[in-house]
Design a protein around this ligand. Structure first.
Ligand code: URA
Ligand code: CA
Length: 432
């Protein structure tokens, strides 16, 4: 087989065979196919698309290019959740102990990653002593005993995707549905998920800006799951503004604790119940979404979810008393309010700009060697649709530096205040 023929076939709009996709993915992963041919193929896929079979095969081959995590020693159905990425997204911190507390095993491999705030691992390190490096056996034992453990990614998962993603990044081929969908799904499948709940974000702070493209991405991933035999559901949720109020690592941990005690922000609580009840049904711990939702609400009210969170923190070397005393979590030296410049209704809270503002305070990483400050970030006091008076605080900046004028300006730039009230629904659509 010759790579030039594979490129030509796709260029002319024909579907590639399973053998051709295998030839490309394995050849590129091993270094037998050069970057220039891989980028030509990525560009033809960008323009010619792929059908469901091709997308499924592409995903399967990316999984096969590396290690696959074996979670078979863990009892029960392993259901994982994945978000396509937003600002101040505290969902995993709440979901993991919550669904674990009703018996769904959560064996999560998480990343640190780059971005506005740290990843789930960074956030968890807000607890004194928390250890993300459990050996394989302790990881499995923790999940079998207490249903939840979260560790750092180890092993060489989907090397073909890593290489192709880096190439797409510099060849203007990131924004292609078959390429994004196979990239995300291959990582989930390689990390051992048997069933998957996706949170596809849509809006100004998300990768997908409109419902149509978000639906298309969601359908593509659900269909790949079907093709590979891993049942997948997708919830399309709003990211026109940050989720919850907190943006920052320890700040989001505090928000997660509030949510686990039933005192969390309305939107975060609702999203967690929506995603969580789907996970509980897929994990076969309830037969209907309504029943699952009741179980989750009960777990919050009875403090069972909070107890599971404490056990999880303790199992991984963390100090569980910090869950009861969140004031002992990393706290910034300065709290500076940002007053509204006019009166009216909040109509915009541009998530990306608030994320960038948090990053300026030190909450996130620009390069992988940056050290993040767990204490800093931004806590909003208003969300879109809320009324505000001029001079009233719309947000508090938590900083370890005294001069936050530049950050203040960024926050003000992210906020629009208007006479007419608007609102966005939280859940736009569910695709199963
Ligand atoms: N996230 C991924 O993991 N892959 C993509 O291709 C795009 C976003
Ligand atoms: Ca948040």
């Amino acid at each position: 087989m010759r790579m030039v023929d594979v490129i030509e076939k796709k260029r002319d709009g024909h579907a590639l065979s399973a053998e051709e996709i295998e030839f490309f993915v394995q050849g590129y992963s091993k270094g037998d196919i050069p970057d220039y041919q891989a980028s030509a193929l990525a560009m033809t896929i960008f323009f010619q698309d792929m059908n469901d079979e091709e997308r499924g095969e592409l995903t399967r081959q990316m999984v096969l290019s590396g290690q696959e995590i074996d979670l078979s020693e863990i009892d029960g159905i392993k259901v994982d959740k994945h978000s396509t990425g937003g600002v101040g997204d505290t969902t995993t911190l709440v979901l993991a102990p919550l669904v674990a507390s009703v018996g769904v095993p959560v064996a999560k491999m998480s990343g640190r990653g780059l971005g506005h705030t740290g990843g789930t691992l960074d956030k968890l390190e807000s607890f004194e002593g928390f250890n993300i490096e459990l050996d394989q056996q302790s990881f499995i034992d923790c999940v079998n005993r207490d249903k939840v453990a979260v560790i750092g990614q180890s092993g060489d998962l989907t090397p073909a995707d890593k290489k192709l993603y880096a190439l797409r990044d510099v060849t203007a081929t990131v924004n292609s549905i078959p390429l994004i969908a196979s990239s995300i799904m291959s990582k989930k499948i390689a990390s051992g998920a048997e069933r998957i709940v996706l949170d596809v974000k849509v809006g100004k702070g998300a990768f997908m800006k409109d419902i149509e493209s978000a639906s298309e991405l969601a359908k593509a991933m659900v269909s790949i799951g079907q093709h590979i035999g891993r049942t997948t559901e997708a919830v399309i949720s709003d990211m026109n503004q940050p989720l919850g109020y907190a943006i920052g690592n320890a700040l989001e941990v505090k928000e997660a604790i509030d949510t686990l005690t039933g005192n969390g922000p309305e939107d975060l609580t609702e999203l967690v119940l929506e995603l969580g009840s789907r996970m509980v049904v897929l994990g076969e711990k309830a037969s209907t979404i309504e029943e699952a939702r009741e179980m989750l609400i009960e777990a919050i009210e009875s403090k069972k979810a909070l107890e599971t969170f404490k056990t999880f923190i303790k199992n991984q070397g963390g100090n569980p008393s910090q869950v009861d005393n969140p004031t002992t979590l990393p706290t910034a030296q300065y709290q500076i309010d940002v007053p509204a410049e006019s009166s009216g209704y909040i109509t915009e809270l541009i998530a990306n700009e608030l994320g960038v503002a948090s990053m300026h305070l030190g909450a996130g990483r620009a390069t992988k060697d940056d050290v993040i400050d767990l204490a800093v970030g931004i806590v909003l006091h208003k969300k879109i649709g809320d009324q505000v008076e001029a001079g009233e605080s719309i947000a508090t900046i938590h900083a370890n530096q005294q001069d936050v004028e530049a950050v203040k300006e960024k926050v003000l730039n992210a906020v629009k205040i208007n006479d007419e009230r608007i609102e966005y629904p939280l859940i736009h659509k569910v695709i199963t």
